[in-house]
Every structure is written in structure tokens, then in C-alpha cells.
Design a protein around this ligand. Structure first.
Ligand code: ME8
Length: 656
């Protein structure tokens, strides 16, 4: 196969820090497409990153009393952690504060200026701070920002302008000549009717009032306004303007910019105009996906917190249900290009019905039967009969159908096709009734053929699932005794029968545990409500007035803190609060009684590294002498969390 290249980008993320599951949508889709094209043996470059400049960040940093860079650094680290948890494997994570990006943007700005595409003037416009967008009066909706509906204010300042007004006809022509350029189709109509036909205005591309931005190097009072800065990432990430443009020459133009529908105007009008002005090729396609809605609104953390008791933090969702479940929901539940509603119940229902029931059961039933009837050794395929041919044709058809769906950028439809095979295989078990065949020795060969067909369907489904789910496909292939790459790639799923008889089949452990939806949603609701209550209380109970009178370093030096390793733990009789533990502190082992029984079981405590106040006068608790105290954090609800070390450390180490 031709080693095609494929370049896909997500919009770079504004590091808000209030990450919710909606934020992960664009990038999980892109990761899936990148994985899919890698499996097609294409040379793929997948880009994501963060958009860190602008007034909003500057303001928030000021509020916190830190520099803008100090403000964004931890948020960027959090976002990268979310991508790690969701198994998003990008080829570059660009930050608009990266040195090469900053230099690239300065070059782009200067090139546009030298070409006469940027000029200096005065701007007066209605500015929406949260969206970092200027609007003309006619664009406002009811006097408010047309994108987010929030208040705007009139601002005037000296600015550079990009001659966007010259490009309306060229962009209309671009759409006409390339009907595929902007998808879904409805987005193109919106751009044409709302923006291009009424005519474009020149675009303000620098600010003097915002210091936190890329400085215009030939006019130091100005910083590059956020959209030229942010959009340019798609080429600076490939080294454009850096002197080493090998990646740029190889991957540009992008095959696909995937973005949320609210920023389509920037990607389908402003960005192509900038590229035209730079005489650079245009991306092949821009896709504006829909939103995850909660309570009928675009999912946003502040709204979500107000209106609902849904758990929306991607880290928590992955920790609770696993990366595959969250990815599956995002890719399967939201009709591509449209909005989709997010509820915990819809997530849990998907997990139970598709993953635990359909996929999980098929794998566990089949591998259990091969173990029960054939000692875990895959039988020969043998003679085919009955509905075998139909099953095989569904299995062999999956690859083409998935390909058609992915070419149409429709990941949910691709998953639907794979699950059609899984459903068909489950139905095949009911049709062939292997448990009846197993009772009759003369049917052994038929039973073998049924088992073979099922195992091969599972293999094909697992291989096809690899771009979408990142954990369970390999687990499934492992149960089928496949460890080499030879039967794990797309070339092996177009024809039925690659699986070798004689393979050692392992009885599968449950892939996805079934969730008691009622219990789980009730638990989530309780969790979210208690958190809200704690958030409201926290400022009061943790006020600085709580802080005790100052002490000197010598006072502090009187307290000896040491690390300890919990060797044993048991409940103290007739007490629901106390745990009695033996704790190794360096060379000695101490008995320590601690009031943590409501929060930790004895089993949870054994093996934990704790911090012990080692020179505390022993005290008797319920008749037991406690030789020290274990440090805990106490939240506003009185809930205790033990203090431990970030990495492993020997017991008896000094804590200071
Ligand atoms: O727009 N449902 O950043 P951003 C689906 N930095 N997608 C959602 C969503 C939801 N509820 N909420 C957010 C920016 N997104 C700019 C882009 S491009 C050069 C600069 C998606 O952090 C949103 O549509 O506000 C966008 O694709 C991405 O998350 C980042 O949004």
C-alpha cells in the first residue's frame, strides 16, 4: 500500500483548568482518526496543544498574583495528564508559549505586513473578554456576544488590521470549487449566509493593551492578537518559519482540522484567508463537530455545576470507569456533526449494554466454551454449514463498511458496524446452541467449527476496535493467544480465517464489569452534592483566621516527624473510630492508635507510608498505649485523608 501521509489537528485548547468531558471530545476523535490512519500504514502526524496568550489568562494570573506563565504551566500539565489517561497519543503538543511558535508567529506577522496584508489603524469595537473576540454592532445579538451571549464592551485602540475584507469572494470560490472543504454541509451554509455574503470586515490582529502575547517584533508596543497567534500553530508546529521546514514540507497542507462548531468561522474563513495571504496551500478539510450538551446547553463547567448532578471531570470518569468506556461513549453516543446529550446515566447505559453485555459476554462465553469443550485449544474450522456463510460475510464486510464510515469522518457509524458483527456473533451462539452440540459426541466437529467461527469473529472485531478503544482490543487478542502483530492488523480482517487452529485460548476475565446504574447514579449524585456543599463551606471553615500564632523555626524543630511503614492494622474493639496499627519507624516498631477507622479499612492501611509525630508523649486510648500520632488532612466536613509521600521512601526518614 502507498505510504500516504495524514496530518490531523485539534484546535489548541485554552487552558481554562475547568476541564470537563466536552473538552476531550475533539481530541479523542482526532486520536481515533490518527490511530485509524496509522493502522492503514500511513505516515501520520497528529497535533494538539494549548492556546496560552491573551487578556483572559493575563487577568486570571493577576488575580492569583502569579505570572501568566506560572498560571498556565500547571493547567497545561493537567491537560497532558488527561490525554495520558485517555490514551491520546499526539505527535506534538504545541504550546503557543513555545519558543519556536513565538518566532514563527513573528515571522508570519512580518511577512503579512511586508506583503501589505496588514496595516496600522485604530480599532473601535465591541469586545467579548471570555471569547477574546471583537464584534461589530450588527453582529451582536441583543447587544451581547453572538457566540456566548455575554456582555461586551466598546473599546478603542491603535491596532494592526489584516485585510480580511479582500477574501470574501476568494473563500466563496474555495467553497464552490471544494464542496468537501467544510463539513458538515450545514456549517458551510452558515458561513456563506452569515459572514461571507454580507461581506467581511478587516480583522484586528494586534493589541496594545494586552501584554501577554507574542510581541510584534517591528513595533514593540503591540502584541499579536490571539487568533493569528493561535491559528498559526498548525504550521509553526511543523517548523514553518524555523529554518527547518522538513516536517512542514512533508505534512502541510493538513488533511483535516477538527474543531468545535463555535470556532468554525476562524478555521473556515480567517485561517484560509491568512494562508492565501501567505501564498500557502489550504488545509484539505475542516470539520465542525457538535457539542456535548448538559441540560440542553453546551457543556461548560460553571453551567454543569449549577444545573446538574452529573460527574463531568474527565479524570474522575476515567478513574471510575476506565479509558475505554469514556472513549467509547464519546465516539459512539454523539451523532457525528450534531450535538449530543451527556448524562452519567447515558454513559453507564452504553457501558452496560454495548461493552459489558454485547462485547464482554461474547468474549467470555466463547473463551469459556472453548476451554470447557476443547481444553482451551482452538479447534479446526472444518466444514461450514447453516448460517456460517452469513456470519462470515458480515465479518468480512466490516472492514469496508468501517472504511466508508471513517472516510465520511463518521466514527459512530464505524463503531456501529463493528458492533453489528458483535451482535451477529451473539445471535450465532443462540442459533447454533453449542451446549446442545456438546452433549452429542458425533457433533464434535460441528461444535469445533462453531467455536472457530466465533473466535475468528471476535478477533476481527478486536482488530477493528483498535483505533477506538485502546485497552480491551489487545486484552481480547491476548485471550485468543495472539501476541505477535501478524494477526492484529487491518490486512488480516478482510478475509475470514486467519486465526490458526491449535491456538491456546485463555478463559477471559470480565472485560467490563456490569454496573448497577441506579446505585451508581445515586452514588454520583451524593458525591457531587456533597462536593458542592463542601465548596460552599470551604472558604468559611478554611479561612486564614484559623491559622495559629506564629512560631519560630526552633519551635518547629521541637516536633520530630518521621516516615513510618504500616505493618499491621486492626480495628479497636468497641470503637468505630479507632484503628490500632504497628508501624515501623526506622529500626523500631511502634504501636499507634489513630482515629481513621471511618475512612480507611485495616487492609487499606497495611503497606502505607505514613508521617508519624515521633516524639509525641505516649497516650492511652481505649487502654492501648499509642506511641505517636499519624498525620492526616481534615477537610471542611471533618473527613480525614492520611498524609503520605509522593514517591517511595524508607521508614524512619525525617520529615521537615
Ligand atoms: O476554542 N462539547 O479553545 P477551547 C464538544 N483555544 N466540544 C467542546 C465542548 C463541548 N461541550 N466544550 C469545548 C478554543 N469543546 C481556542 C481554539 S484554535 C486555533 C483556538 C471543544 O478550550 C471546542 O469546540 O474553548 C474546541 O474544539 C475545543 O474543545 C477547545 O475549546
Amino acid at each position: 500500500m502507498e505510504n500516504k501521509k495524514y496530518y490531523i489537528t485539534t484546535p489548541i485548547y485554552y487552558p481554562s483548568g475547568n476541564w470537563h468531558i466536552g473538552h476531550t471530545y475533539t481530541t479523542v476523535i482526532c486520536d481515533t482518526f490518527a490511530r485509524y490512519h496509522k493502522m492503514l500504514k500511513e505516515d501520520v502526524f497528529f497535533l494538539t496543544g494549548t492556546d496560552e496568550h491573551g487578556q483572559k489568562v493575563e487577568g486570571k494570573a493577576r488575580e492569583k498574583g502569579v505570572t501568566p506563565k506560572q498560571f498556565v504551566d500547571p493547567l497545561v500539565a493537567e491537560l497532558k495528564e488527561i490525554w495520558r489517561l485517555l490514551d491520546v497519543k499526539y505527535d506534538r503538543f504545541i504550546r503557543t508559549t513555545d519558543e519556536d511558535h513565538v518566532k514563527g508567529v513573528q515571522k508570519i506577522f512580518k511577512a503579512l505586513y511586508d506583503k501589505g496584508k496588514i496595516y496600522k489603524s485604530t480599532y473601535e469595537g465591541w469586545y467579548c473578554t471570555p471569547c477574546e473576540s471583537f464584534w461589530t454592532k450588527t453582529q451582536l445579538v441583543g447587544g451581547k456576544c453572538p457566540d456566548c451571549g455575554r456582555e461586551v464592551k466598546l473599546e478603542t485602540e491603535e491596532s494592526y488590521f489584516f485585510r480580511l475584507s479582500e477574501y470574501a469572494d476568494k473563500i466563496l470560490e474555495l467553497y464552490e470549487d471544494n464542496p468537501e472543504f467544510l463539513q458538515p454541509r450545514s456549517r458551510m451554509n452558515e458561513m456563506v449566509n452569515n459572514f461571507l455574503k454580507p461581506g467581511l470586515q478587516d480583522l484586528c490582529v494586534s493589541r496594545t493593551s494586552v501584554k501577554w502575547g507574542v510581541p510584534v517584533d517591528f513595533d514593540r508596543g503591540h502584541t499579536v492578537y490571539v487568533w493569528i497567534d493561535a491559528l498559526s500553530n498548525y504550521i509553526t508546529a511543523l517548523g514553518y518559519g524555523s529554518g527547518d521546514e522538513r516536517l512542514f514540507n512533508k505534512f502541510w497542507p493538513a488533511d483535516l482540522h477538527m474543531t468545535g462548531k463555535e470556532i468554525i468561522r476562524f478555521h473556515a474563513i480567517i485561517w484560509p484567508a491568512i494562508l492565501m495571504a501567505l501564498d500557502l496551500p489550504l488545509p484539505k478539510q475542516v470539520y465542525g463537530h457538535g457539542w456535548l450538551l448538559i441540560g440542553g446547553d453546551k457543556l461548560s463547567k460553571s453551567k454543569a455545576d449549577k444545573v446538574s448532578t452529573e460527574l463531568t471531570d474527565p479524570k474522575e470518569l476515567v478513574e471510575r470507569y476506565g479509558c475505554d468506556c469514556v472513549r467509547y461513549f464519546l465516539l459512539r453516543e454523539i451523532p457525528f456533526g450534531s450535538d449530543g446529550v451527556y448524562t452519567n446515566e447515558s454513559l453507564l447505559t452504553r457501558i452496560n449494554s454495548d461493552l459489558a453485555n454485547d462485547l464482554g459476554n461474547l468474549v467470555s462465553r466463547t473463551t469459556a466454551m472453548i476451554n470447557q469443550y476443547f481444553g482451551g485449544v482452538l479447534p479446526e474450522r472444518g466444514e461450514q454449514e447453516g448460517t456460517d456463510a452469513e456470519l462470515v460475510s458480515v465479518a468480512e464486510g466490516v472492514y469496508g463498511k468501517v472504511q466508508a464510515a471513517m472516510n465520511a469522518l463518521d466514527a459512530p457509524a464505524a463503531l456501529e458496524e463493528i458492533f453489528r458483527l458483535i451482535d451477529r456473533a451473539n445471535k450465532y451462539i443462540d442459533e447454533t446452541t453449542p451446549w446442545i452440540l456438546a452433549k452429542d459426541d458425533s457433533k464434535k466437529a460441528r461444535l469445533g467449527a462453531v467455536m472457530y467461527n466465533l473466535a475468528e469473529c471476535i478477533r476481527i472485531a478486536a482488530v477493528m476496535l483498535k483505533p477506538y478503544l485502546t485497552v480491551c482490543p489487545d486484552k481480547i487478542l491476548g485471550f485468543l493467544g495472539i501476541d505477535g502483530e501478524s494477526v492484529k492488523d487491518f490486512d488480516t480482517v478482510k478475509e475470514f480465517g486467519c486465526l490458526k487452529a491449535g491456538a491456546k485460548i485463555e478463559k477471559a476475565s470480565p472485560l467490563f464489569p456490569r454496573i448497577d446504574i441506579k446505585k451508581e447514579t445515586a452514588e454520583i449524585e451524593k458525591l457531587v452534592l456533597s462536593r458542592k456543599a463542601a465548596e460552599q463551606k470551604a472558604p468559611e471553615s478554611h479561612k486564614n483566621e484559623d491559622i495559629k500564632p506564629e512560631i519560630t523555626i526552633d519551635d518547629f524543630a521541637k516536633i520530630q516527624l518521621k516516615t513510618g511503614l504500616v505493618l499491621t492494622a486492626e480495628k479497636v474493639e468497641k470503637s468505630d473510630k479507632l484503628l490500632k496499627m504497628s508501624v515501623r519507624v526506622g529500626a523500631e516498631t511502634r504501636t499507634i492508635v489513630s482515629g481513621i477507622a471511618k475512612y480507611y479499612t485495616p487492609e487499606e492501611m497495611v503497606g502505607k507510608t505514613v508521617v508519624v509525630v515521633a516524639n509525641l508523649k505516649p497516650a492511652k486510648l481505649r487502654g492501648i498505649t499509642s506511641e505517636g500520632m499519624i498525620l492526616c488532612g481534615e477537610d471542611s466536613e471533618g473527613k480525614l485523608t492520611i498524609v503520605t509521600t509522593l514517591s517511595e521512601i524508607e521508614s524512619g526518614a525525617t520529615v521537615r
